[in-house]
Design a protein around this ligand. Structure first.
Ligand code: BES
Ligand code: MN
Ligand code: MN
Length: 462
């Protein structure tokens, strides 16, 4: 691949301006108030794919937000890469914790990003990372170096569970046929420690409701004599972990794969400093399942976390009350062999079973998905590894991530191809949090590395 560096140097200002323009549109899929903006973003992605030389560019309507599909087929005998990404973003809340407005992107220097980082919701997850692929495509078509066929599938509902994408994939297996799926929607260890994500956790997300008396009660007149749903709910939640922080739901660990000592030793080689980790989060100790390291706890082990809890009086001052209801949202991160629907069932049965007399419990499943592991001896992994070797000057480390992209397991099931997760974000980029950002260096490095993946994948597929 000739001239990548010079092409990027020549066009980088425009590459940044285009991304900044995209980040200005608040494509929040979770909030219906932003529907127009989400749709506008899909149009903008469509235009950008047309501009970089895709032949077919379509906006496919779904029951929710549309999927932008594009392709360029240069020769049926050459391999086909399917690029997936998402143009929707998380809500920016809590908005008052942002140093600059979430949809008015600014570039600022940080410790981790001395060349500057773009601060905006979606900068890293996933507009910035998705757009690297559009600009990499621009480079390959503008310089006549596209080595294989390419398909793009960019959705607008990843942050809300990809329900309509699943249907789209099942109904279009022929159209989406490919030799490898390429995604940049994960992270890497550090800018000088490149890594390729080889695993994603699965997810089961549920909401629980505990109901006590039929109305809110005076806590003096009734307190002590009836079950308080908030007291009960917190007690039930506390019982979901034992003293070793193992999850106490019967059957929860049945299909959890135990890694061999050798695999764990391999994992432990990835650079990690516990003090730096604690400092970055302002915590005086880490916390988690006994017998596992921090990096194991957040990647190869399943977890259960309360994401939100509410009920009763939370306004100003004090109100003496026993609430009729208490609620919580609970997520379970799963490892590849755990079936998320089965885990949801186990949770529901257990949570209903542990409810004491005096309350009733309702468990409502939200969404979920299977975990994923990708082998490191596939053509795709080897091609990615060679590409990083060229642009970072180092062999990337395979690393399992704790995050989830539930649709990836379905891709493999329906399209029978492996996914390569080439993520360029850092854990400190604050995705889903206030002040999300994406390093300018990372953005350009991605644009530089992606065409090399195309090249090596095509060569190694012969
Ligand atoms: N891009 C993230 C997932 C991710 C981030 C994986 C970093 C690995 C490293 C994705 O957009 C996301 O946020 N996924 C959700 C699940 C989804 C169903 C809402 C998640 O992991 O919470
Ligand atoms: Mn994402
Ligand atoms: Mn996300």
């Amino acid at each position: 691949m000739n001239q990548i560096k010079s092409y990027i140097a020549e066009h980088q200002e425009r590459f940044l301006t285009e991304l900044i323009d995209l980040l200005k549109i608040p494509s929040i899929s979770a909030d219906k108030a932003y529907k127009k903006d989400v749709l506008k973003t899909a149009d903008a992605i469509k235009d950008s794919l047309e501009k970089v030389g895709c032949d077919t560019v379509e906006i496919s309507k779904t029951e929710g937000y549309p999927i932008v599909y594009a392709q360029k087929i240069i020769d049926k005998n050459l391999p086909t890469i399917l690029v997936y990404g998402h143009y929707d973003v998380q809500p920016p809340d809590p908005i008052n914790l942002w140093d600059s407005p979430p949809f008015e992107p600014v570039i600022k220097k940080t410790d981790k990003h001395p060349d500057g980082a773009i601060f905006a919701r979606g900068a890293c997850d996933d507009k910035g990372q998705m757009y690297m692929h559009v600009k990499a495509m621009e480079f390959m078509t503008a310089t006549n170096q596209l080595p294989c066929n390419v398909k793009f599938m960019i959705e607008g509902e990843e942050e809300v569970g990809s329900a309509n994408l699943a249907t789209f994939v099942k109904n279009n297996t022929e159209k989406l046929k490919n030799d490898v799926i390429l995604i940049s929607d994960t992270g890497m260890i550090a800018n000088d420690v490149p890594s390729i994500t080889t695993g994603l956790r699965g997810l089961s997300y549920v909401e629980v409701e505990v109901t006590g008396p039929n109305r809110d009660l005076h806590s003096g007149l009734y307190g002590g004599a009836v079950a308080n749903p908030i007291n009960i709910l917190t007690k039930m939640i506390a019982s979901l972990h034992d003293e070793n922080n193992h999850i106490s739901i019967p059957g929860f660990y049945d299909n959890v794969e135990e890694l061999s000592q050798q695999e764990r030793a391999e994992m432990a080689k990835a650079p990690f400093n516990l003090d730096t980790y604690k400092k970055a989060l302002d915590i005086n100790a880490v916390y988690g399942e006994a017998g596992y390291t921090t990096n194991e706890r957040n990647s190869i082990r399943p977890t259960l976390d309360v994401n939100g809890i509410w009920g009763g009086y939370t306004g100003e001052g004090a109100k003496t009350v026993i609430a009729s209801k208490a609620y919580a949202k609970i997520s379970m991160r799963l490892v590849p062999n755990q079936d998320w629907q089965n885990i949801t069932k186990l949770f529901k049965t257990h949570f209903e079973n542990i409810a004491p007399p005096g309350v009733t419990v309702k468990v409502t499943p939200h969404h979920g998905g299977q975990g994923y592991v990708t082998p490191i001896d596939s053509v795709g992994y080897k091609a990615a590894s060679k590409a990083y070797q060229d642009t970072f000057g180092k062999t990337p480390i395979p690393q399992r991530s704790g995050g989830s992209i539930p649709i990836v397991a379905l891709f493999e099931q329906e399209l029978k191809s492996k996914t390569i997760l080439m993520g360029f974000g850092l854990d400190s980029d604050a995705i889903h949090s206030p002040n999300e950002h994406f390093g300018v260096w990372n953005y350009l490095k991605g644009i530089e590395t992606i065409p090399l993946f195309y090249k090596y994948f095509t060569e190694l597929s012969k």
